[in-house]
Design a protein around this ligand. Sequence first.
Ligand SMILES: NC(=O)c1ccc[n+]([C@@H]2O[C@H](COP(=O)([O-])OP(=O)(O)OC[C@H]3O[C@@H](n4cnc5c(N)ncnc54)[C@H](OP(=O)(O)O)[C@@H]3O)[C@@H](O)[C@H]2O)c1
Length: 328
Amino acid sequence: MKKVKVAILGFGTVGQGVYRILIEKRSQLKQMLGVDLEVAKILVSNPNKPRPHAAKELLTNQIEEILDIPNLDVVFEAIVGEEPAYQYLDRLIEKGCNVITANKVMFSKHGKSLQEKAAKHGVQVGFEATVAGGVPVIKTMDNLLRVNKVQRIQGILNGTSNYILTQMRGRGMAFEEALEDAQKLGYAEADPYNDISGQDAFRKLMILSELAFKEQPDWKDVKVQGINEITSQQVKEATEKGMRYRHIAVVQKNYKTGEVHATVRPELIDQSHPLYSIEEVNNAVAIEADLLGTVTLVGPGAGMLPTASAMVEDYGDMLTKTKNVISI
Ligand SMILES: NC(=O)c1ccc[n+]([C@@H]2O[C@H](COP(=O)([O-])OP(=O)(O)OC[C@H]3O[C@@H](n4cnc5c(N)ncnc54)[C@H](OP(=O)(O)O)[C@@H]3O)[C@@H](O)[C@H]2O)c1
């Protein structure tokens, strides 16, 4: 069986998840993918941090050590922020390596150029995990776009915001109390700004826009509003009317004018809305397409194993698209 060399960039929540899946599911992956995946190196910031789950010799903080691996077939990128992630992936693609990323901050801005570069170098880019974690939104959209025209996408793209709104309604909590609860459960970061300000959902929406419409609206024109100004009194009044606040990211294209328009904000919706019933930390995406009508996907939008699973699945898709893996 062909052996395939793999590297992982980042060994936090997501990177460790990828490593676990590659180790624990090795024999299933061999059987299903027909290749034996071997982790050759793991890039971290601090290689001296104690990491009981990975052999010390696999760790490095030098990207050159990854770039120098002969016959490296794929890199799973799960570091944080735009740089140096973009620069690293750009260089890896140039070397003829496939890349799979979970990094939405980087990909919302540089996805297009990475994909163009990958096409030139005959490699692939996987980004399923950048939007809605383990929910197969990108694959589904890719498939339906072969035949359909997408008109509108509406999503609950941030699990923390949805969790907070669910607790404010279900348990009568104030915003701050529900946020504290989300932090205790590990759903919200110590610095929850990106989640509750709508910025996290905005980046994911831009990735969906690029995929569905081959363009993004001008970022300056997108009104991005978080959930932090919603009061428990407003939530109570909405509930009495049978309505719910949801934090919804919307992007749509007017095919007559060619205009792509997006908003990210709390919306008050009733039972007829496809996102009305999405509770707790779940993410959901409702895609409206000309032939298919509306299809809504729901599931875990983050977390170690759901996100890492989406990344390894991306590699499976790459193998079915091309059998040209580099074997060792
Ligand atoms: N967590 C989720 O559920 C989730 C879901 C979907 C997408 N994502 C995305 O996936 C990415 C990773 O998220 P995470 O939650 O796994 O983050 P995390 O737990 O903070 O881990 C980040 C990892 O990246 C390493 N790192 C950071 N900057 C680096 C640099 N400049 N060079 C080398 N290594 C660097 C860190 O090294 P040290 O260990 O040495 O500090 C750490 O191992 C992010 O882009 C995030 O937006 C996360």
